[in-house]
Design a protein around this ligand. Sequence first.
Ligand SMILES: Nc1ncnc2c1ncn2[C@@H]1O[C@H](COP(=O)(O)OP(=O)(O)OP(=O)(O)O)[C@@H](O)[C@H]1O
Ligand SMILES: [Mg+2]
Length: 327
Amino acid sequence: MNPLLEVRDLVKRYHNRKTGDVSILRGIDVQLRKGETLCVVGESGCGKTTLGKILAGLIPYSGGTYQYHGREVSNLRGADWKKFRTSVQLIHQNPYESLNPSRMIFDILSAPIKRHRPTLDFDALFRETTDLLTMVGLTPVEDFIDKYPVNLSGGQRQRVSIARVLSLRPELIVVDEATSMIDTSLKISLLDTLKRIQDEFGVAYLYITHDLALGRYFAQEQRLAVMYLGQIIETGPTEAVISAPKHPYTRALISAGDMEERVEYDLIGVEIPSFHEIPRGCPLSPRCPEAMKGICYSVEPELLPTSPDRAVACHLYSGPREKNGVR
Ligand SMILES: Nc1ncnc2c1ncn2[C@@H]1O[C@H](COP(=O)(O)OP(=O)(O)OP(=O)(O)O)[C@@H](O)[C@H]1O
Ligand SMILES: [Mg+2]
């Protein structure tokens, strides 16, 4: 089956007159098939939101290729661009999602449907709107359809936001989990809803989080990519990566997380380097307890496969491996 999206060597550069150019994404490879989930996990500031925004077409990329259904996104124009922008939607997982306070839930959900399918009659529109509410678990629908956002809890408003996104029938949803006060049980129940929607409609997810435990939950039996300083440094099936991490950075993330597999593993107490001063060689080398003299400080490791479904960018695993990109 052809991939839904394929990103190769993606780069995002920002120009700053004072400090010079800075590259936030530095050669990202991602492939996603219809109905799949990829969780991207990494510390604050590593470039997760930047990647999500590029994949959703909200900001342009500066280098590399991004193919969606086999077509280069930066070349899409007119109706093709609109179709792409509808097909990929971004959800911010935050409780302060803005919904127009002066409009009823019915209007909030039916407006985008009407815009995309103006010939739909009222009965069909009503049915679709109630179906959306059911899908996101806002039932009985009569309790919600004529309410205003102010009448709903934070969690219910987020469900309306998800329903609004679903009304556009996207094939890919980028879920950007904000570092927020929203409590874990509420997050889990929203993630369950998203998973159920995937089972029913085959939508693909790029799930962005700094919380490995949540990422593991959402990307169960799917794939995980670990990001550090604008690069993917390890990728593979979620459980395989968490139960047997390879990259020292992944091991440190697991050690810092709230997980059974937790094995004490600390990085050297150096701050995360700035994007303006990426260390030479392996970007983790100044913080890595296993950095090897010479190579780790001079040669940047490539993300290379260690088995058919796993890859790691670390000299500890160098050997006779062949680069063939990342799944
Ligand atoms: N418009 C911009 N110009 C210059 N630098 C930017 C711009 N937008 C983001 N950055 C920088 O890019 C880096 C990555 O930001 P990004 O928001 O993608 O990180 P993140 O992984 O989503 O972090 P968090 O987990 O805190 O949400 C940060 O250092 C940020 O300061
Ligand atoms: Mg972010």
